[in-house]
Structure formats: structure tokens, C-alpha cells
Ligand binder design. Structure first.
Ligand SMILES: C[S@@+](CC[C@H](N)C(=O)[O-])C[C@H]1O[C@@H](n2cnc3c(N)ncnc32)[C@H](O)[C@@H]1O
Length: 383
């Protein structure tokens, strides 16, 4: 079937674009340094008096106080090139809600490494770069990433002066870590330094990436690998339930949402003695997150989740493995010192080789039943 203009799925945020717009389009989003709007029901205190949002008295630790870029002290403007057709990404409502969340919690992100998945236009990553030490804006495909890079360049004056901002290709359907090629590097490819930085990332963000079962499965498979890596990471996920009639269900369903919920145990209901690895999620009350930009209505179908990944069994095994490796290494060092060999003595290599073989043997004994938990070859079935 040929694409007609009516078939394009557009973000509500840009339905105001001129109807004839088919190519790239520039929008400007002005963000305030202090909350603009709170949900009316949360603006009443316990005595029934109206609570008005006020400018913060204390100097904010966030970037809003930097005053660099196109800001005028109390506000700043982000310029975004996007498209209302399907050739380039658009800005979606849950991205703006996640942006409000980030702006409301800027001081927590100061100096940290952040990773965004399915970044699209890059609006959220651009906000993160105002305070973070390093931001990776990731998506898949040269055209989308090229547009994202253009937006990063358009807004670089807003960033923290020392921020490292990288646009990188990360397809959720691919392996992780990706192959790093030194010869003929592709645009948006990863370097070893990037991998090291991602290991130290504390936060992952993703907006409007839950809209089909296949992509949700791929996304969570990638999240398991990313969240098992390096330091503990917290994911903030914004989504908008988009309802469609499904022939399979003979009902109106939000595509991908039920699949997403199957991955998440809600914190309050969660049995932490569970032996399997699992994601635990808390749904954030949006009434507690004021708006920092005008001109969009959150509606009823946007949700924001805080998600952690628990790798209980895997961690226990790794701890065991590590202690075993350490005592093996100590034993080898003890043997080598007892012999008091010259460093060129070939027997030293034999000891080293013995150590490596032992390590290999121990590693192969670790039962990691799921591929996306990072196994390289299957171990024996867990007892
Ligand atoms: C609905 S858009 C949301 C864009 C942006 N986060 C926002 O909220 O405005 C979904 C994004 O997911 C990206 N995406 C879809 N499949 C992907 C995959 N397999 N790997 C990486 N990104 C993917 C798309 O390119 C697109 O940018």
C-alpha cells in the first residue's frame, strides 16, 4: 500500500505544524528554570488552600542557573529539527514528561554518566547534557542519528562546558557490547572508551519506546545486558499508551504495553527472595512532577516508570567465581615465588597457562541459563 499523508503517525505535539510540511522542520521548546504548572488537584494543600508554584529561593544546583546558551536566566530554548513525516523522528509527549522529570531532578544528575535509548530527535539528551559528565544519545540508523547529531550541534551552547556528548548507533536487536572496528570506522560507532564510560553510567532514559511487542522484547533484552554491566543503573522510562484495534485480540489494546508489564514486577508486590533476575518498577506519580514547558497537555495515557534490574543468582555465582579465581591466582603466585625463578624461565609461562586454564574451567562452570544475561557458552544447568 502506498503511503499517503493520512497514514503517517504524528506526534500530537506537532499537529500544529503547517499541513504542507513534509521535510525537516524546526521547533523551539522553551523550558523554564522553575516549575510552571502543577496538576490542579495537587495544588491544594491539606487545608484546602491553593498552592502556587513559586520560584525557588535557593540557588538551583542544576544547569538552569548556568545561564549559558540561549537562556535568559529563568528560561532557555532548545532548537529541534524533526519531521512530521516518517522520514525523521518527531518529539513525543512522553519525551516531554520525561524532560519535566529530568528538569525537576537536575541536581541528582550533576557530573554523572547518562545513556538514552531510542533518543529520536535528541531533546532529552540535550537537557541531560546541561549537567551530566557524559551523555550517550543512542538510536538506530544513519538518518535518524544524523538528525540527532544536528540537534546536538544546534544546541551545544546550552551544555555544561565539560560535558561529553556522543551520538551512537545502538540497535536493540544487536549484540552488546558491539564490535569495535579500528579499520574503516562507521559513523556513530562505539570506541573502547565509550564502553568504559557506559559501564559507569548511573542512569538510562528512554521515552516512547513501548509501542510493539517485538520492539519491547528486543528493548528489554538489551536492557538486561546494559544493566548487568558495571555500576548499578536506574532506568527512567516514559511511555504513552496508544490504543489500536487488534484483530488477534478482537479488542482495543495498547500495543506493547501488556508485553512491557510482563517484564516488570511492581516494587510493593515484589518477592525479593526470588532466585531469578528480574526488573522491579515503580510508577512515578506525575502529579508530583510539575511542567517546565508550556504548550502540551499530558493527557491520561502517559506513564513514567523508575526501573531497576536485580541479578540475584548471577551475582551470587560471580562472587563465588571471583573468590575461587583469587585463591587460584594466590596459589600460583605462591608456587612461583617458592621456586624463585628468573622471569625468563619458561616454567613461569607454564604456571601462567595453568592459571588461565583453571580460570577457563571455573568460568565454564557458572550456570548462566539466559543468553541475554551475558553468557558466552552454556554451563551446567543450575542445581
Ligand atoms: C516513537 S520514537 C520516540 C523518540 C523519542 N524518544 C521521543 O520520545 O520523542 C521511537 C524511537 O525508537 C527508535 N527505535 C525503534 N526501533 C529501534 C531499535 N531496534 N533500536 C534502537 N532504536 C530503535 C526509533 O528510531 C525512534 O527514534
Amino acid at each position: 500500500m502506498e503511503d499517503s499523508e493520512n497514514d503517517h503517525v504524528m506526534s500530537e505535539i506537532h499537529l500544529g505544524c503547517p499541513p504542507t510540511t513534509i521535510g525537516p522542520f524546526i521547533s523551539r521548546f522553551t523550558f523554564s528554570s522553575y516549575p510552571l504548572l502543577l496538576d490542579p488537584s495537587s495544588m491544594i494543600d491539606k487545608d484546602g488552600d491553593l498552592l502556587l508554584p513559586r520560584r525557588r529561593r535557593t540557588k538551583p544546583t542544576g544547569p538552569s542557573s548556568h545561564g549559558h546558551g540561549h537562556g535568559h536566566g529563568s528560561s532557555f530554548t532548545v532548537t529541534i529539527q524533526h519531521s512530521i513525516t516518517s522520514t525523521l523522528p518527531d518529539v513525543w509527549k512522553s519525551q516531554l514528561v520525561l524532560s519535566d522529570f529530568v528538569l525537576h531532578n537536575m541536581s541528582l544528575l550533576n557530573g554523572l554518566v547518562c545513556l538514552e535509548l531510542g533518543a529520536g530527535t535528541g531533546l532529552l539528551g540535550i537537557l541531560l547534557a546541561r549537567v551530566a559528565k557524559a551523555v550517550f544519545l543512542t538510536d538506530h540508523g544513519d538518518q535518524i542519528l544524523g538528525n540527532c547529531l544536528r540537534n546536538v550541534e544546534l544546541n551545544s551552547s546550552l551544555f555544561h562546558p565539560q560535558a561529553i556528548v556522543n551520538v551512537r548507533d545502538l540497535n536493540w536487536m544487536s549484540e552488546w557490547p558491539l564490535q569495535v572496528t579500528h579499520a574503516d570506522p562507521k559513523p556513530f560507532c562505539w570506541s573502547f572508551q565509550d564502553f568504559e564510560l557506559v559501564k559507569s553510567a548511573s542512569f538510562i532514559f528512554a521515552a516512547d519506546v513501548i509501542y510493539s511487542d517485538d520492539l519491547t522484547i528486543a528493548l528489554f533484552s538489551m536492557l538486561k545486558r546494559l544493566m548487568s554491566l558495571g555500576c548499578d543503573k536506574v532506568l527512567y522510562l516514559g511511555l504513552e499508551k496508544r490504543y489500536n484495534f487488534s484483530l488477534d485480540d478482537l479488542n482495543v489494546v495498547a500495543n506493547g504495553y501488556a508485553c512491557f508489564r510482563r517484564y516488570i514486577k511492581e516494587d510493593a508486590l515484589c518477592d525479593h527472595s526470588d532466585k531469578k533476575s528480574f526488573f522491579v518498577g515503580n510508577r512515578i506519580d506525575l502529579k508530583q512532577i510539575p511542567q517546565y514547558t508550556q504548550g502540551y497537555d499530558r493527557g491520561e495515557d502517559v506513564e513514567l516508570w523508575e526501573i531497576r534490574y536485580f541479578m540475584r543468582r548471577l551475582r551470587l555465582h560471580l562472587t563465588f567465581l571471583l573468590s575461587a579465581c583469587i585463591s587460584e591466582a594466590q596459589e600460583c603466585v605462591r608456587l612461583a615465588s617458592a621456586r624463585n625463578d628468573e622471569s625468563a624461565n619458561p616454567e613461569n609461562f607454564a604456571i601462567l597457562r595453568g592459571l588461565l586454564l583453571k580460570l577457563q574451567e571455573l568460568i565454564s562452570q557458572v550456570p548462566i541459563p539466559e543468553k541475554d544475561e551475558g553468557f558466552t557458552k552454556p554451563g551446567p544447568a543450575p542445581g
